[in-house]
Design a protein around this ligand. Structure first.
Ligand code: VGL
Ligand code: ZN
Length: 199
């Protein structure tokens, strides 16, 4: 039978209320995610993990405000408030997240010059994190995703997962979105069109 992994995206303090890049209701998903974790044979977590002064931070671009867009060598990049700085409390998983059974933690966004929304590739859509190879080597062909934020890290991870040939579903009830300029509807549509099963 096809082996399946649950991929829990970025359930970190900075994406929850009170955090630096709080997603509305981000903490509400924690009990739902915990239930999914309990039901899953294989659990993988991602952790947004930026060095101080990361190029996705508005503070690294004089005169630019958070949520503006800039053009980077690899394409368009939204600028964010400083968040998920390596080793900071904001970068830790939500304290109620029951992550102890997780088999792998994929850290992403650790290169100063490039952001990484997806669990599979950096924002150049070329530099791999190694996750696809890890899953294939372990014979895992199905992935189910949940976490934060629906329209950024969850969506880009799901799009890359289907493109890499994994049978992919997103548990929308266990996700919350940022919704910047209609991004939630747009990314939901892109996922559906790409063949991601939305649950
Ligand atoms: C995320 C913006 C910046 C996410 C991470 O987890 O969706 N969004 N870094
Ligand atoms: Zn980030």
């Amino acid at each position: 039978m096809a082996k399946e992994a649950l991929i829990v995206i970025d359930v970190q303090n900075d994406f929850c209320p009170g955090g630096a890049l709080a997603v509305a209701g981000g903490d509400e998903i924690v009990p739902i995610v915990n239930r999914l974790i309990q039901q899953s044979a294989h659990v993988i977590l991602t952790q947004d993990w930026h060095p101080a002064g990361h190029s996705s931070f508005a503070s690294s671009h004089p005169g630019r405000a958070p949520f503006a867009t800039v053009t980077m060598p690899y394409g368009e990049q939204t600028l964010w408030p400083d968040h998920c700085v390596q080793g900071s409390p904001g970068a830790e998983f939500h304290p109620d997240l029951e992550w102890t059974t997780a088999e792998l933690v994929v850290r992403k966004g650790f290169r100063a010059e490039i952001d990484s929304y997806s669990a599979f590739f950096e924002n150049d859509h070329r530099t791999p994190t190694g996750l696809a190879g890890y899953l294939r080597e372990r014979d895992i062909s199905k992935v189910s995703l949940c976490g934060l934020a629906t329209d950024f890290c969850v969506a880009f991870s799901a799009l890359d997962a289907v493109a890499q040939g994994f049978l992919t579903s997103v548990v929308l009830g266990a996700c919350r979105g940022i919704d910047l300029n209609g991004s939630l509807a747009a990314m939901t549509e892109r996922m559906r069109d790409a063949g991601v099963k939305l649950i």
